[in-house]
Design a protein around this ligand. Structure first.
Ligand code: UDP
Length: 377
């Protein structure tokens, strides 16, 4: 317990695009709050996509572990984070370390903090798919981080209940909402211009857009099927514009993109900066994705989401009817997307605004909970 009355030094460690988006409101909240001194550490697990998010939110990291190298194994990433974070934990001596979600960065950072007996605050705690192999390696990462954490900041009551089933002390679990909704709601209305003029041209109201994102490691073997299904949809619905911001991973690009070559109504672009992506989400009719974050964001914009996975650790929007799991079979993808594009009633049934992931005010709850845990106040 921190006894003296002084600012609490809180270090946030993050390394991938989705973590950067989800910690940004918290880092900005810490910076603006006299109760805290903020130290932001990036690992650079995703390089350009991470820097893009920091730039958008105006965050300048205090330390950069720069662990990224093409083709690094998961173990190499974890080993580098452990080795490079440890001296910073010693020199900075934070009162607490925040980690987010389920990446290799977050679990390695949690372990490094645990080794130095610094309490770990886990954002987005308690998500579970129930299958250790899927999503891989995230399901294992999130379970390990739970074992190491001192405070569990759960986005929903479902995630809190998952933790309680695992005998986590209820006094150390708080339902806060997901900070991705804080990030989304402060970004989506800014109407940022698209860097790519092809996308600006699509902003004409009336054009129906199918937005596609895919990157999940366990889908790598199915990327060809996903690309072929999207190509068939583009041919079947020439009035629909397909937009695909391509993940930087070459394994993803080499499999998904070839079937899409030469199709006039398919626009493949570089990963969009978060402001542009949220604008594109708001412009889209249907979202086809294997992303976790997009499953959380799109429902609050009343966009139907078809998820290219067999399971999800985010059942809330599925229960509300705006998200459907469809897997990665080529024919099934074509059938499910076609149904939404061709059948107005089926579309209307899914396109309901629902916000199971938060009200956009998760950050103040998180900051209060951290202060309470560290000081008892
Ligand atoms: N996103 C983005 N630009 C893109 C695609 C996605 O900013 O071109 C954002 C999206 O809004 C969401 C996050 O990135 O908040 C999701 O990241 P990703 O799909 O890489 O990871 P996951 O959520 O599956 O962990």
């Amino acid at each position: 317990m921190v006894e003296e009355s002084r600012a609490l030094k809180v270090m946030t460690v993050y390394g991938t695009r989705p973590e950067a988006i989800k910690v940004a409101p918290v880092v900005l909240g810490l910076e603006a709050d006299d109760r805290f001194e903020s130290v932001a550490v990036v690992t650079g697990q995703h390089r350009e996509m991470l820097d893009q998010v920091n730039e958008l939110f105006g965050i300048t990291p205090d330390f950069d572990l720069d662990v990224f190298e093409h083709g690094s194994s998961l173990s190499t990433i974890v080993a580098r984070v452990l080795e490079r974070l440890d001296p910073i934990l010693v020199s900075e001596a934070p009162d607490a370390v925040i980690v987010q979600g389920d990446t290799s960065t977050s679990t390695a950072a949690a372990l490094a903090a645990f080794h130095r007996q610094i309490p770990v605050m886990h954002l987005e705690a308690g998500l579970r798919s129930g299958n250790i192999d899927s999503p891989f390696p995230e399901e294992a990462n999130r379970q390990v981080t739970t074992r190491l954490a001192a405070l569990h900041l759960a986005p929903t009551t479902t995630s809190r209940d998952n933790l309680l089933v695992e005998n986590v002390d209820p006094a150390l679990v708080l339902v806060t909402g997901n900070t991705v909704i804080d990030a989304l709601l402060t970004t989506v209305d800014k109407h940022v211009p698209f860097t790519d003029p092809q996308l600006e041209a699509l902003s004409d109201p009336g054009a129906r857009i199918l937005l596609v994102t895919t990157h999940r490691r366990e889908n790598w073997d199915h990327m060809g099927a996903i690309g072929r299904a999207v190509a068939r949809l583009a041919r079947q619905f020439p009035d629909v514009q397909v937009v695909l911001p391509a993940h930087r991973n070459p394994i993803v690009r080499e499999a998904v993109l070839p079937p899409l070559a030469g199709l006039d109504n398919v626009t493949v672009v570089e990963p969009l900066a978060y402001g542009e992506f949220t604008r594109m989400l708001a412009m889209s009719s249907v979202i086809l994705t294997d992303s976790g974050g997009v499953q959380e964001e799109a429902p609050s914009l009343a966009k139907p989401v078809l998820v290219l996975r067999e399971n999800t650790e985010r059942p809330e929007a599925m229960e509300a009817g705006t998200v459907r799991l469809i897997g990665t079979d080529e024919q099934r993808i074509v059938d499910e997307v076609s149904r939404l594009l061709a059948d107005d009633a089926a579309y209307a049934e899914m396109a309901n605004a629902t916000n199971p992931y938060g009200d956009g005010h998760a950050t103040p709850r998180i900051l209060d909970a951290i202060e309470k845990l560290l000081t008892g106040r």
